[in-house]
Design a protein around this ligand. Structure first.
Ligand SMILES: [Cu+2]
Length: 332
């Protein structure tokens, strides 16, 4: 669960301020806010290997090993007999260190790239309180089904709050991102995240992880000079992802690379089952490389039979070699 204490402590979320921006009218009270953390996902028999020592990347706010399995289920309350999940995010402008030579100004949510992975059950009411403190206009456009006013193409100006509210549907792997023109730039600067809607009957227990592929146009030439899984180039090469042998792994993979028409995802020494857009409960194919256009996303499932280190990367090797590459460390 991400640490939102900075938000709760801030003057912004004082009762007076909530009243001012109209949240009280939506039924959000201090009691509802205090209810955060009451709901947690059911524990399973899945073994999550302990993570190796990490290289903190602050002030970027990105810890790719932690991000992998970090699902934000929101603050859960019941309102008029239905489940409401409330997420609070703040758009900011902060630098991230991409490598020893390159610092990059990102446009982000809560100081992190990618933005938090929101997760809900199909049919939940979603409420996203979006506070823009980035210095210029941004918005949040969610994929999925919702009303026109909630489509997130209208700019939210600096220092303004907008509340997106809609139902989580349909189940699957979705995404959200800023939709201010030029969108290539707003996404390329880091304002994107995943939005997972779980089906009414949960998928089988698995070690679940999020992998978001993205590019960085560091010199504004409308091409990417660096690429990354989950924000930091080459990170999972330097910090392999430990996974358990013979255990089901479920990857939620999203391609957010701008400027390149498509990216593939390839897994070494294995094949994975594909659930296109997470929209099926049975796999639709089995392969070891899948092509994703920008914004395409899938669930990929597999397990490793043999211990050892195995790479994963787009099979456009130029993209992989420029940072979008990682390793699973299969342990027994
Ligand atoms: Cu933006």
């Amino acid at each position: 669960m991400p640490d939102y204490s900075w938000l709760e402590k801030s003057e912004l979320w004082s009762r007076r301020h909530l009243l001012k921006i109209g949240l009280a009218g939506l039924g959000v009270t201090g009691a509802a806010i205090a209810a955060r953390n009451l709901w947690k996902p059911a524990p399973s028999e899945i073994k999550i290997p302990s993570l190796p020592g990490r290289t903190p990347t602050k002030p970027a706010g990105v810890d790719p090993l932690k991000f992998l399995r970090d699902f934000d289920y929101g603050t859960v309350t019941q309102e008029n007999g239905r489940t409401v999940r409330e997420f609070r995010v703040e758009a900011r402008t902060t630098p991230i260190r991409l490598n020893s030579a390159t610092s990059f100004i990102t446009w982000n949510l809560n100081g992190q790239v990618p933005a938090p992975t929101f997760r809900a059950n199909e049919g939940d009411r979603i409420r996203v309180i979006f506070y823009n403190r980035a210095g210029h206009s941004h918005s949040l456009h969610f994929h999925g089904v919702h009303e026109s006013e909630m489509d997130g193409v209208k700019p939210v100006r600096n220092d303004k709050v907008f509340i997106y509210e809609f139902d989580a549907e349909p189940f699957g792997v979705h995404l959200y991102h800023c939709h201010i023109a030029p969108v290539t730039r707003h996404i390329g600067k880091g304002l994107y995240g995943m939005f997972i809607v779980d089906p009414p009957n949960p998928r089988p227990p698995a070690d679940e992880m999020v992998l978001i592929m993205a590019g960085y146009d560091t010199n504004n030439d409308k091409k990417n000079e660096l690429y990354a899984f989950n924000g930091v180039p080459h990170y999972y090469m330097e910090h392999p992802v430990p996974i358990q042998k013979d255990q089901l792994i479920r990857l939620y993979v999203l391609n957010m690379i701008e400027f390149d028409a498509a990216a593939t995802f390839h897994l070494h020494a294995n094949l994975f089952k594909v659930y296109r857009t997470g929209r099926t409960l049975e796999p639709t194919e089995e392969t070891d490389v899948i092509t994703m256009g920008t914004a395409e996303r899938h669930i990929l499932e597999f397990s490793y039979r043999y211990p050892g280190k195995y790479m994963f990367h787009p099979h456009q090797d130029a993209i992989a070699e420029a940072g979008c590459m990682g390793v699973f460390d299969v342990i027994s």
